[in-house]
Design a protein around this ligand. Structure first.
Ligand code: ADP
Ligand code: MG
Length: 707
């Protein structure tokens, strides 16, 4: 965790060491400061501002009625229950309680006047309310003047206690207008008014506008939040422009040229273009400031699965090495790191060896002397290229001259890890803070609204074309009953010398069931394919065993590979022509797309079979349909966003910390645009207001938005 130096938040009552259970429960919900409580908004409202005549209470809608009890008895109708008849001038109504206490009978005794809140329905015994809220009143007891808020809470925190706490905090919270006149979109209330309104809406407010968040009070809140986010991104960008990275340029006839000459293929036009964009970033002299060097690159390289991002990363690495700097390449899993390593070794090792340099390999499973030797090579600078997993950013790894950091599948890394990598260049002898250039790679393209918000501080390069000679993968969706037919197809493919992946789902809650599933499928396929090698690969195997299985498959000796999702990324076997995904309904859309990308890597026509176990949920159906409809990663990402919403789409990023609480990117694009327009102007003309706005909203989260 990389927290800013913000002071610790004072507990609600610092002078009282023993806090009550509700206070502790409140802290657990993150409700520490007045502003936290002020921003803790109701999930819904109850209308106690009016009384509806019983005869007019609509079916199935929450209403409040008032009347006098005319009957109160306990009955045994299958189950003991309390039945109470309540009458007003218009009609009468049966109140039914399946759980009740002596207090119920006392308050609801015949002749008592009560106010009752619940949903009236036409039941078996006429109109009735089951388990309504009730309270004894006198004739003429005043009604509530505002809608009653209902807050999200927990078992230890009573609603009434929380309501009081929110009301008190709302009065105390520093909610003064921070934004200068003329900057807030017309028609929106101040933040204080907006929050007042949302916590205590008057009786005339249509509930629908509060609940669908279209009310101006909601708009103001969302605008505030979006503005803070835009300001923080912009600030991060400007701060980075003040930092320096080494200026990296390829040397004519140097490593980059040698690598290009040695590649067994020609770059696609798209690879060429993004390669140039990256080289331009690395080599561009900083325009401002006294210090030499370049502005650190902060670029996302997006390209569909199989589009050839690795070679682009290798070329960037070669530029860094040409200039006498090191490059680190970090991948989320050991298997993926190893795939990179193999390829990079194959491409770069001979060239580096001729220059007296080497490649270091750092993963979690490499320990002891082997690791120490690698760490020493990194520290001395002999290792020009460092490839690995999270092990690359451990504290004991010191780079001699880290010029470029490449992160593959960047969405699988936390922000703290990205920050750690960028901090690996600290301590260089330079008049301004230095950090390495950063290249992030992803196969999951970022939809536009997300690019405008979370990634506003990022340059994006896109590989929009696949290497030539690929045949599109044909996707078929089958119910699990057709498994025998699928196995027959596997036998055919294998007989023709092709190879097959069979992927079993990863069940987060139970690694055990997961394994059992894969093991059973493995046994079934082994029996069905006599004389063929069928392998098994899963997350709990030791790394050495995993790579042994992988090399048998990559070498072509193994015909079928049954795997849990460990093969999700990075496996590259062009002869594999069939991918079967079992329980496809349990996978996310982008994961399915990634998996499918493991086939169709050669010239052979490939097929992906999605086996599902019905019944499918509506979103499950949508996902499988999207897969059958398109091979285009961008279209898949768009549909994924549609199906899941941005919150979940971003799920892997910073574990929800930086997610928007109030605004919804899908719905609030116009507000986002307004916030984007205002942010630079505010920063320029009212820097103090801009800082206060970010502090109010983002607090220690600002750091996270920077990475
Ligand atoms: P991804 O973008 O999914 O990481 P890779 O970098 O693994 O894709 O590349 C997929 C495969 O395509 C690899 O076998 C790679 O060597 C090959 N490849 C990359 N670029 C080209 C090209 N221009 N022409 C032919 N094959 C290429
Ligand atoms: Mg890749």
């Amino acid at each position: 965790m990389q927290h800013s130096g913000a002071p610790a938040k004072p507990p609600l009552q610092a002078d009282k060491p023993a806090r009550s259970a509700p206070q502790r429960a409140m802290e657990k919900l993150g409700l520490r400061r007045d502003i936290d409580l002020a921003l803790h908004l109701p999930i819904r409202y109850e209308d106690e501002t009016r009384i509806t005549p019983i005869a007019d209470s609509p079916d199935g809608e929450a209403v409040q009625v008032e009347g006098v009890v005319s009957e109160c008895r306990i009955e045994q109708r299958g189950r003991r229950q309390l039945l109470v008849r309540l009458a007003d001038d218009s009609d009468s109504l049966l109140l039914r309680f399946l759980n009740f206490y002596p207090g119920h009978q006392k308050t609801l005794a015949v002749g008592q006047r009560v106010r009752v809140r619940g949903e009236a329905r036409s039941g078996f015994f006429g109109r009735e309310m089951v388990h309504p809220h009730f309270k004894a009143v006198d004739a003429g007891t005043p009604l509530a003047t505002a809608l009653t808020p209902v807050y999200p809470t927990s078992a230890q925190l009573p609603q009434a206690y929380l309501r009081k706490a929110v009301t008190a905090a709302l009065a105390r919270a520093p909610l003064d207008e921070l934004l200068p006149p003329g900057t807030v979109p017309a028609g929106l209330p101040t933040l204080r008014e907006a929050l007042r309104h949302l916590h205590q809406p008057g009786p005339a407010v249509p509930l629908a506008t509060l609940e669908d968040r279209s009310h101006p009070a909601w708009q103001r809140l969302k605008f505030e939040e979006l503005l803070a986010q835009q300001l923080s991104q912009l600030t991060a960008q400007r701060e980075r422009q003040r930092l320096r990275a080494p200026r990296l340029q390829a040397v004519p006839g140097g490593l980059r040229d040698q690598l290009l000459a040695a590649l067994p293929f020609r770059l696609t036009a798209a690879q060429q273009r993004v390669g140039d964009e990256i080289a331009a970033d690395l080599g561009r002299a900083a325009e401002t400031g006294a210090a030499d060097g370049a502005t650190p690159m902060h670029r996302l390289l997006q390209g569909d699965v199989g589009s050839g991002k690795t070679v682009v990363a290798a070329l960037a690495a070669a530029v860094a090495i040409d200039s006498g700097w090191q490059c680190a390449l970090m991948a989320p899993t050991e298997l993926l790191a190893e795939q990179h390593f193999r390829k990079l070794v194959q491409w770069l090792e001979p060239l580096l060896a001729a220059r007296g340099q080497s490649i270091a390999w750092l993963t979690g499973s490499r320990k002891g002397k082997g690791r120490a030797a690698m760490v020493a090579k990194v520290a001395s600078g002999e290792a020009a290229l460092v490839v690995g997993t999270h092990a690359v950013i451990q504290d004991d790894v010191h780079f001699a001259r880290l010029g470029l950091a490449v992160i593959d599948e960047q969405h699988r890394f936390g922000v703290a890890q990205r920050l750690a990598l960028r901090n690996k260049l600290a301590g260089q002898d330079s008049p301004v803070p230095m950090e390495p250039h950063l290249l992030m790679m992803t196969a999951t393209p970022i939809p536009r609204t997300l690019a405008m918000s979370y990634y506003a501080d990022l340059d994006v390069s896109t590989i929009d074309e696949l290497p030539p000679g690929r045949t599109p993968v044909l996707t078929k969706v089958f119910a699990d009953e057709r498994r025998p037919q699928v196995i027959a197809t596997i036998a055919d493919e294998v007989a023709r010398g092709r190879q097959v992946y069979w992927v079993c789902p990863l069940i987060a809650e139970s690694e055990h069931i997961d394994l059992q599933n894969a093991t059973e499928t493995h046994a079934q396929l082994s029996a069905a394919l006599p004389g063929q090698m069928v392998g098994l690969l899963h997350g709990r195997m030791p790394a050495a065993e995993k790579s042994a299985v992988m090399s048998l498959f990559a070498g072509g000796q193994m015909a079928v590979l049954v795997a849990t999702t460990v093969i999700e990324v990075g496996v590259d076997v062009p002869n594999a022509s069939l991918m079967v995904i079992e329980h496809a309904e349990r996978f996310g859309l982008s994961q399915l797309h990634q998996l499918r990308g493991r086939v169709g890597r050669g010239a052979v026509a490939s097929v992906c079979v999605l086996l599902y176990q019905g019944p499918l949920s509506p979103t499950g159906k949508d996902r499988l349909r999207a897969m059958a409809d398109t091979n285009d990663g961008f279209e898949i990402a768009r549909r994924d966003l549609e199906i899941r919403g941005p919150g979940e789409f971003m799920g892997a990023r910073q574990s929800g910390d930086a997610l928007l609480r109030f605004a919804d990117l899908a719905e609030d694009a116009p507000l986002l645009q307004q916030a984007r327009d205002l942010a630079p102007r505010l920063l320029q003309q009212h820097p103090a207001a801009a800082r206060a706005q970010v502090a109010r909203w983002l607090d220690s989260r600002a750091d996270y938005l920077k990475a």
